[in-house]
Ligand binder design. Structure first.
Ligand SMILES: Cc1cc2nc3c(=O)[nH]c(=O)nc-3n(C[C@H](O)[C@H](O)[C@H](O)COP(=O)(O)OP(=O)(O)OC[C@H]3O[C@@H](n4cnc5c(N)ncnc54)[C@H](O)[C@@H]3O)c2cc1C
Length: 512
């Protein structure tokens, strides 16, 4: 579509962004009868935002395999026999959200997220998105059987690429138009209401009038100026794990229109990320620059010292906040160190060709290979660590096994194995930011609230741009679930708002 066609399109609902939240919103608005236009800042090949980079972890509550079969009817009897999926109740999901956010998560939004999570998973599967058991990521084989821990039984098959393919195919079947290289830059307002959006298309500003606007265009993680401003010094030089297009434009537009900020604006999701990864994500690598298996080893900084409890909990409970701890270390890097006893437990991301790795047959040799690290400091750390491991407690990767260290300045709480079996291997990581936690305040209808009370009529939001769910930390697999939940809601309510605003005769004229 060219600029003139876009200006004349007259949609009921404009969706800003083309990631998971946006496409779910567009589908839902269309299901509710709206004529929908999607605006995406990126060119087609880079479209889909952070959703494109995901491994596809998808968190929802389930009582047992019957619920899983509703989401994934393809589960075979053999899979059901050989895998212990357990259950992940709504209460467990709440507990994780409360514990991880230190009880700061917005109670209304959290309740909505958790209680509708199974239904949302069934809905997204009904839209053509396939899911599969997350073996190897969330379950280890013990006594010949995979056992799930931590509540992430199903992942989106094929990760972000397949998620977006399925959603985009759905969008195309519905005849929803997506315009690429069309960043929204400003909201159009009529009094208190939002009545459209201005986008830049082919060097022109295009006014797109609409019944309602849904902002689903991510946080400000790609924008170094906003990172430094809100997250603090040092965050401007962090590597970005995903898209380069989430510049905070949606947040800036909404705040300028009187939207109410909400949540943890100085907080973000950040992980251990290969020190030599490019400044932004690389779709050929996806999420594989991440290094999530530190609970099975130790992490040391430039002084050769451990600086946190690697085994405080499963990685899915610590990885999103531990990335930011690397930023505080001298030189902004750390090395994750393992011995051969746990090599088989390390995920595929440790075996990619673009990995910054050192390997040695002795600890002394390894110490010399850890670039930037004081070798003597490192050897002292390892010897003290090895001596402190409570090896009489059995090691079990599927539970918090309590096999900790005793007497160290920073003890390791679980999965503490002495580093004593060569070859030793180590991986150099830095901070990789995933997404920002601060965002807009929305109602349980995904309507954007205004600064001084009430909502801004015609304005809805979904996905990363929604604030209030996550504080300091995050439960893995919740980003996609949040995008789908609030996207679906935003689509339905934006369509209803547009229908109320536009006379039926005018809508009929647009049909088709
Ligand atoms: C490497 C990586 C791995 C991850 N793994 C997982 C996982 O396994 N499970 C999970 O739940 N979460 C995961 N996440 C987090 C997850 O990706 C996000 O929480 C989620 O995808 C956000 O969806 P969204 O639709 O809100 O934003 P995005 O998917 O980022 O989409 C935002 C869209 O808006 C567009 N846009 C930005 N500005 C404008 C503008 N002005 N006008 C028009 N368009 C604009 C962008 O180009 C983009 O297409 C991962 C993230 C990364 C980076």
């Amino acid at each position: 579509m060219n600029a003139d066609e876009i200006a004349a399109y007259n949609p009921d609902v404009v969706v800003v962004g083309a990631g998971n939240a946006a496409l779910c919103a567009a589908i839902s608005a269309h299901e509710a009868g709206a004529r929908v236009l999607v605006l995406e800042a990126a060119p087609m090949e880079d479209a889909g935002g952070n959703s494109h980079y995901t491994g596809g972890a998808f968190r929802f509550a389930y009582a047992g395999v019957e619920d899983l079969k509703k989401v994934c009817p393809e589960l075979t009897d053999a899979e059901l026999e050989n895998i212990d999926f357990g259950s992940y109740t709504e209460d467990q999901f709440f507990d994780d959200m409360f514990e991880l956010t230190e009880y700061r998560t917005d109670p209304e939004l959290c309740e909505l997220l958790v209680r509708s999570s199974l239904d949302t998973a069934v809905w997204i599967a009904s839209q053509g998105v396939k899911l599969q058991p997350g073996l190897g990521r969330q379950a280890y084989k013990v006594d010949g059987k995979f056992k799930f821990w931590g509540g992430l039984a199903l992942h989106i098959w094929g990760g972000g690429a397949e998620l977006l393919r399925a959603l985009n195919e759905n969008i195309a079947r519905r005849g929803i138009r997506v315009v690429y290289e069309a960043p929204a830059v400003e909201l159009i307002q009529d009094g208190d209401s939002v009545t459209g959006v201005i986008a830049r298309v082919g060097g022109r500003s295009v006014r797109i009038e609409a019944g309602a606007v849904i902002l689903a265009c991510g946080g400000f993680e790609s924008n170094p100026e906003m990172r430094a401003r809100y997250l603090g010094p040092g965050w401007d030089v962090a590597k970005v794990r995903g898209t380069r297009f989430n510049m905070g434009a949606g947040l800036t537009m909404a705040l300028a229109a009187g939207a109410r900020p909400h949540g943890n604006w100085s907080g973000c999701h950040a992980v251990a990320w290969d020190v030599n990864a490019p400044p932004f994500g690389d779709l050929t690598i996806g999420d594989q620059f991440q290094k999530h298996n530190y609970p099975f080893g130790i992490m040391v900084n430039a002084r050769g010292e451990r600086y946190l409890d690697e085994g405080a909990n499963f990685h899915s409970h610590t990885y999103a906040k531990y990335g930011g701890e690397i930023l505080k270390q001298p030189g902004m890097f750390a090395w994750q160190v393992f011995d051969s006893k746990v090599t088989h437990l390390l995920r595929g991301e440790y075996r990619i060709s673009r990995v910054t790795k050192a390997e040695a047959q002795t600890l002394e040799e390894l110490a010399e290979k850890l670039e930037g690290v004081d070798p003597q400091g490192f050897l002292k750390t390892v010897h003290e660590f090895n001596a402190a491991c409570q090896t009489d407690v059995p090691f079990n990767p599927n539970v918090r096994d309590g096999r900790g260290t005793k007497g160290l300045a920073i003890d390791k709480s679980n999965w503490a194995n002495p580093l004593d079996t060569p070859p030793f291997h180590a991986y150099q990581v830095t901070t990789g930011i995933t997404f920002t936690f601060g965002g807009l305040k929305v109602t349980t209808d995904a309507a954007v609230e205004s600064l001084y009370g009430g909502t801004i009529p015609g304005l809805y939001a979904a996905g990363e741009i929604v604030g209030g769910l996550f504080f300091n930390n995050y439960a893995s697999g919740t980003g996609l679930m949040s995008g789908a939940t609030f996207g679906r809601l935003a689509g339905a309510h934006a369509a209803a708002h547009a229908a109320r605003r536009q006379p039926a005769t005018q809508r009929a004229a647009h049909a088709g």
